[in-house]
Design a protein around this ligand. Structure first.
Ligand code: ADP
Ligand code: MG
Length: 321
């Protein structure tokens, strides 16, 4: 199968009937032509997934496709943006139709779920690597930047932390839990939830936000640096799933929550005067989020457990050291 037949069969067919919102011209020309909604800013982000670095090379193609778009959408959520479109740069060692069918099925399932349309890309041969660029729209005043926090703001996270790292330990055979917990963790790894609905609620309430892809300490460290502040985290308050609570070594579970990657939860800061609104959203069940610490003048992220410093062996994942 040639390059153009491959594009037509696996990536273009989906949009054949009607053009998605804002797409004046889609796949097939030199460029796509896209129309932004009036008064909105465009949020753009890109992520690359490389075989054996970001996922096992023998992982199911459908799961890879699904995960690739989900982690990119998480960046839009972290900016408070709504998904519109994405492009796909695909490098493949061979034109394996079975693999491509699975990959595009997973990819388009997520695209439909979150209303994000594929509008172009590039296809080359080489070691398996997947790059997605997502584009979304954001109300200028509601963009969740990293540099907006102030001393005294609370630090919150959505849902639970550490599941991504624990899942990797399960996948690598280093952690054994009961079947239900292992299935939960596997699902958390392959189907991270972009917190788009949550992010939408935070516009106007949160002072800063990001998504946790490299571990809480590392990512919150970026927010602190951008806002020129320090954070103090109360390790006792870290939200852990039932699966993580079932891990024998609770300190290991906490270290995963603090420095394990791949959680794709939101970490955001809220000024005291907006906390009542956040508490209301939580009480109404619209937002699952928890206060884990606060910001103060200074630099860096400090972790405390029962008033003492909680030591961490490694701060977070980095590709180049
Ligand atoms: P060019 O040679 O101008 O770069 P290509 O041959 O790479 O064009 O691509 C032809 C068309 O197919 C373009 O509209 C491009 O955006 C689209 N395309 C290529 N690869 C993909 C892909 N993997 N997914 C979606 N669209 C793709
Ligand atoms: Mg090209």
């Amino acid at each position: 199968m040639g390059e153009f037949e491959l594009i037509r069969q696996f990536f273009q067919r989906e949009q054949a009937e009607n053009l998605p919102a804002g797409v004046v011209l889609g796949i097939g020309d030199d460029c796509a032509l896209l129309q932004m909604p009036d008064g909105k800013q465009m949020a753009v982000s890109m992520d690359t997934l490389v075989a054996d670095v970001h996922f096992p090379a023998d992982a199911e193609a459908e799961q890879i496709g699904e995960r690739a778009l989900r982690v990119n959408l998480s960046d839009l959520a972290a900016m408070g943006a709504e998904p519109l479109w994405f492009t796909l740069a695909l490098t493949l060692p061979e034109t394996d139709e079975h693999w491509l069918r699975g990959f595009s099925r997973g990819l388009f399932r997520v695209a439909r779920e979150f209303n994000c349309a594929l509008v172009g890309g590039d296809t080359t041969s080489g070691p398996l690597s997947i790059t997605l660029q997502v584009m979304g729209s954001v109300e200028p005043a509601h963009a969740l930047r990293r540099d907006g926090a102030s001393p005294g703001d609370y630090v919150l996270v959505t849902n639970t932390l550490g599941d991504g790292a624990a899942a990797l330990a399960v996948l690598q055979g280093e952690l054994q839990l009961n079947a239900e917990h292992e299935a939960y963790l596997r699902d958390r790894f392959y189907r991270p939830q972009p917190r788009l609905a949550e992010a939408k609620l935070l516009g106007g309430l949160a002072s800063a936000a990001l998504d946790i892809s490299d571990g809480l300490i590392a990512d919150l460290g970026h927010l602190c640096a951008a806002s020129d502040l320090a954070a103090v985290i109360d390790v006792q308050e870290l939200p852990l799933s039932a699966a993580l609570q079932a891990v024998d070594d609770i300190d290991q579970a906490r270290r995963w929550a603090l420095s394990g990657g791949d959680d794709y939860e939101l970490c955001f800061t809220v000024p005291p005067e907006n906390m009542a609104d956040i508490a209301m959203l939580v009480a109404q069940g619209k937002l699952q989020a928890k206060v884990i610490g606060e910001l103060m003048p200074g630099a860096g992220v400090i972790c405390e457990l029962n008033g003492e410093t909680f030591e961490l062996p490694q701060p977070g994942y980095q590709h180049f050291r």
